[in-house]
Design a protein around this ligand. Structure first.
Ligand code: NAD
Ligand code: MG
Length: 388
């Protein structure tokens, strides 16, 4: 019997994780489920999966959650501190699937208390990859990616030493604006940007996919997970989203991983690693493989990946700055304060600003939180100034 906690259970990844677990329900006991806004869904999941503890981040929903779960013998908590406390519960396997920087500290704490950390929250690696990896090394925690591209790399490696890897190619569908001109992208709105052609995901990552900021984050994620340098990571546009990544080894052989465009495969792999277990999900047919297309990434229309590469070269806390600027710019785009293309311009400005800063470069949680806060302020202020 394995004990499991899921942070961000009500989200796209959280729901798929529970679906995958439900197929193997004899083997698992859920310890913790957390959510933020969707109290009805969290209550429904709690009734179905019977965790020991359920936590809702939004404290204003506490009473409603208690009411929905009245009569159940479980611990019901709310608020940020309660979520962090729940990450301190010792378990076998944790899914870190809260969206955004809010997930970073959860991952970091969980890394000290679980045997295996399944990481969907890529922001954790972008903001503080070395810190998270050090925690995993110290506490002998397995760190497994739950991003399709990085799960693909892990599957291609299949236990091979990292020294044998010469390069990786991560694919990107190109999103809904793959064939748009810059002019066409200028005026797109949030619902157009969130309408991903292949993947069904949360709103924020869907818009990040349209702007290629998701792929930009994934380049940093690949660097952190697999000890790669900037020029060992290539990005290739592949509109069908069937090949998720390709690994090139030092003997010239290349291995690619394929799978349906959903997260069940990556989640199932992280759940059963280093083994595989049967999973009832979509299967690719040979017909779907008949025409696989690949194109180069156009950095002019999609500058996000080049910005991530710049952040990698800058080092220090630039990952945290990159992520905070991207998150704040996305908030501004969602609030219709800025246009779609302004997001990349703001991230670039935030990196310029960081170059001039005299912040401590030590990678500590406090310094990362400081960089996050200061960068959000900087992005917000630069917009207020522009408007004034
Ligand atoms: P989502 O928006 O669907 O779900 C986010 C979850 O986090 C929800 O449970 C929500 O209640 C919770 N949450 C939001 N803000 C919170 C806060 N401040 N405190 C505590 N909980 C909070 O997002 P998603 O698409 O499931 O993505 C989750 C993470 O997984 C992201 O980091 C994303 O980049 C990554 N990821 C997602 C996919 C995908 O297919 N959806 C693929 C790869 C990686
Ligand atoms: Mg991905």
């Amino acid at each position: 019997m394995r004990s499991i906690s899921i942070f961000g259970a009500t989200g796209s990844i959280g729901q798929t994780t529970l679906d995958v677990i439900a197929q193997q329900s004899d083997d698992f006991q859920i310890q913790v489920l957390t959510g933020n806004g969707n109290v009805e869904l969290l209550a429904e999941q709690t009734r179905r999966f019977q965790p020991n503890t359920v936590v809702i981040a939004d404290e204003t929903k506490h009473a409603q959650l208690e009411k929905l779960l009245s009569g159940m013998d479980i611990v019901i908590q709310s608020g940020r501190d309660a979520i962090l406390d729940a990450a301190r519960v010792d378990v076998d396997w944790v899914m870190s699937a809260v969206v955004g920087f809010a997930g970073f500290e959860i991952s970091l704490i969980a890394a000290q208390h679980c045997k295996t950390l399944a990481l969907a929250n890529k922001e954790s690696l972008v903001c503080g990859g070395p810190l998270l990896r050090a925690a995993c090394a110290k506490y002998e925690t397995n760190l497994l990616p739950v991003d399709s591209e990085h799960s693909a790399i892990l599957q291609c490696l299949n236990g091979e030493e990292l020294e044998t890897v010469e390069r990786v190619i991560i694919t990107a569908s190109g999103g809904p604006f793959r064939e748009f001109t810059l002019d066409q992208m200028r005026d797109v709105n949030a619902s157009q940007a969130a309408a991903h052609p292949n993947w069904s995901m949360g709103q924020r990552i869907s818009i990040d996919s349209a702007s290629m900021f998701n792929k930009a984050m994934e380049v940093i994620e690949a660097k952190e997970l697999f000890d790669l340098s900037n020029d060992q990571i290539e990005v290739l546009i592949h509109p069908q989203s069937i090949i998720h990544s390709i690994v090139g080894f030092n003997d010239g052989n290349m291995v690619a991983q394929m799978g349906p465009a959903n997260m069940a495969g990556a989640i199932g792999y992280a759940l059963n690693w280093p083994n595989r277990a049967p999973l009832d999900q979509q299967r690719l047919t040979a017909k779907e493989l008949v025409s696989l297309e690949f194109n180069e990434l156009d950095d002019t229309r999609f500058p996000a990946v080049a910005l991530a590469r710049r952040a990698i070269d800058m080092g220090g806390l630039s990952g945290a700055v990159f992520n905070a600027a991207k998150e704040q710019a996305l908030d501004l785009f969602l609030a219709q304060r800025i246009g779609f293309l302004d997001m990349a311009a703001l991230v670039e400005r935030a990196l310029d600003h960081y170059m001039l800063s005299e912040w401590s470069q030590d990678m500590t949680l406090a310094n990362i939180q400081f960089a996050d806060e200061k960068t959000r302020e900087f992005v917000q202020n630069s917009i207020t100034k522009d408007v004034a």
